[in-house]
Design a protein. Structure first.
Lengths: 169, 147
């Protein structure tokens, strides 16, 4: 979709978070000098277009006791990637699932998923269950546990200088 | 974290409606007032159990460019290299992982040219090759992390 000036201002106004108020979109509307209905209509359009995936929260896994964080990577034949990608994404312990390019010869894996658990044991058991349930024994995989996290923050898509409404479209 | 916190976090991960009073349904479901819902969310943010409450963007559609990068860094240089990488404001996450490719981070830039510039800069500063693996397809995750 093509972003108009109001969309850019809206994106800049909410990118650090929604106001915690019973009518958060009315607060945004006041800031921008437009009606609440205009805010709601544009945000719904942005959501329908897929540009905003949802209004939600970023959970800090470690703070919630999910200390084991594994990136599980698979070397999947191209013909099977849709099927196996969907199977993995449907597993309750999988929190992200992406197809990415291999970097041969050093990196043969093209399907990446994240599994969070309270302990390594439970993450490994989850992976075993997935392999058994879907018959993935012949699919090469590797498990990369994280040992330290340095910079856990959500990405920003407009700089503070863009607050005036020049967020890149 | 009590039962109410858990219910709120689980519901919020699925997203909040875009409407006049988006917290009302959540208050009804959990049997508390909207004010209590808002107070709890603020508390979860203050305690840093949640890092943000708001829109989850699809960066590529915003014209932005995002990729996952990996590097092989010698153990004794790891912290120094991490510092150089993290000094770039475009680097959003950085994890040490157990693998020969032991440093994994996300780079998010406003456009593809800037992304390429950041990656080249990191390679020059650190003398390490950056394996750049942009997302080609995202598989939809239905159920989120239950807490």
């Amino acid at each position: 979709m093509v972003l108009n000036e109001t969309d850019r201002q809206l994106i800049a106004a909410i990118q650090d978070g929604l106001p915690l108020a019973s009518q958060p979109y009315a607060v945004i509307a006041d800031q921008l000098g437009i009606t609440q209905q205009a805010v709601i209509t544009r945000l719904q359009a942005l959501q329908d277009s897929g540009l905003i995936k949802r209004m939600g929260v970023v959970v800090r896994h470690r703070a919630l006791g999910y200390d084991a964080n594994a990136m599980v990577v698979w070397d999947v034949p191209e013909a099977d990637i849709e099927r196996i990608g969907k199977l993995l994404a449907d597993e309750t312990c999988v929190t992200l699932c992406y197809q990415r390019p291999r970097r041969l010869p050093d990196w043969p894996y093209n399907l990446f998923c994240m599994i969070h658990g309270r302990a390594r044991d439970s993450v490994l058991r989850c992976i075993e269950r997935i392999i058994d349930r879907h018959g993935l024994h012949d699919v090469d995989h590797d498990v990369l546990f994280s040992t330290r996290g340095f910079k856990q923050c959500g990405a920003r898509y407009a700089s503070p200088a863009d607050q005036a409404g020049a967020a890149r479209g | 974290m009590d039962e109410l916190d858990r219910k709120l976090v689980n519901s919020l991960q699925d997203g909040l409606p875009v409407c006049d009073r988006p917290f009302d349904a959540l208050a009804d479901q959990t049997g508390v007032t909207v004010t209590e819902v808002l107070t709890r969310i603020q508390k979860l943010l203050d305690e840093k159990l949640l890092s943000r409450f708001g829109p989850m963007y699809n960066a590529e559609q915003l014209g932005g460019a995002v990729t996952l990068c990996a590097m092989q860094v010698a153990g004794e240089q790891f912290d120094a290299v991490a510092e150089m990488v993290n000094a770039h404001p475009e680097v959003a996450h950085n994890y040490e992982r157990e693998h020969p490719l032991n440093m994994w981070f996300v780079v998010a830039a406003e456009h593809p040219e800037q992304l390429a510039r950041v990656i080249r800069g990191i390679e020059q500063e650190t003398a390490c090759r950056v394996y750049d693996m942009p997302k080609q397809q995202e598989f939809y995750i239905g159920l989120k992390l239950a807490v």
